[in-house]
Design a protein around this ligand. Structure first.
Ligand code: ZN
Length: 176
């Protein structure tokens, strides 16, 4: 009998002789949750909290990237940790163009995510970068001044929120 089996036997015997225990460990659930964190639109971006930390690190360095499957060549957006086409985990980060065209757009007049309430109305859109399309806010633009096909370029914003690390996110704006 190896060491592992000894432990298993000990554990099962131990369980059988107890009533579940009256002297129990306590799991703390916070009685209140800070709303800004709970309803925060942006995900946490450090090593401990996301598996696409490289995407955010690249963005913080000024580069929009995404994952491409080394097995089947599929380009993803948003970045993945497993290829949805072939399930390979061999993915590499590749640069995306920072300029594209407005594929579709709309305007948000109410019900904006936390931190954006004071900015309504604002424009959101789908930007065509050639190989991928992504949805993003379109900054520095009025809905009435935009048209499908307008050239737009990447704009990176910093997020000032109640978390212990620097965060960034991507938006687009009309090309000058
Ligand atoms: Zn693949």
């Amino acid at each position: 009998m190896n060491e592992h089996d000894d432990e298993t036997e000990h554990d099962s015997k131990h369980r059988a002789e107890t009533d579940g225990g009256t002297d129990r460990d306590v799991v703390e659930i916070p009685k209140t949750v800070e709303l800004p964190r709970l309803l925060d639109f942006y995900e946490l971006q450090n090593q401990e909290t996301t598996e696409i930390v490289e995407f955010y690190d690249n963005l913080r360095d000024g580069q929009l990237t995404t994952t491409q499957c080394e097995e089947c060549g599929e380009l993803h957006f948003p970045p993945r940790i497993v290829c949805p086409e072939c399930r390979s985990e061999d993915l590499e980060y590749v640069d995306l163009p920072h300029e594209g065209e407005l594929f579709a757009f709309s305007t948000v007049r109410a019900g904006a995510p936390m931190g954006m309430e004071d900015e309504v109305p604002f424009v959101t859109g789908i930007v065509d970068l050639g190989d991928v399309q992504l949805s993003a806010r379109i900054d520095d633009a009025e809905y009435d001044d935009l048209a499908i096909g307008d050239p737009v370029e990447l704009k990176i914003v910093e997020i000032d929120g109640p978390v212990d690390h620097e965060r960034v996110f991507y938006r687009f704006e009309p090309q000058e």
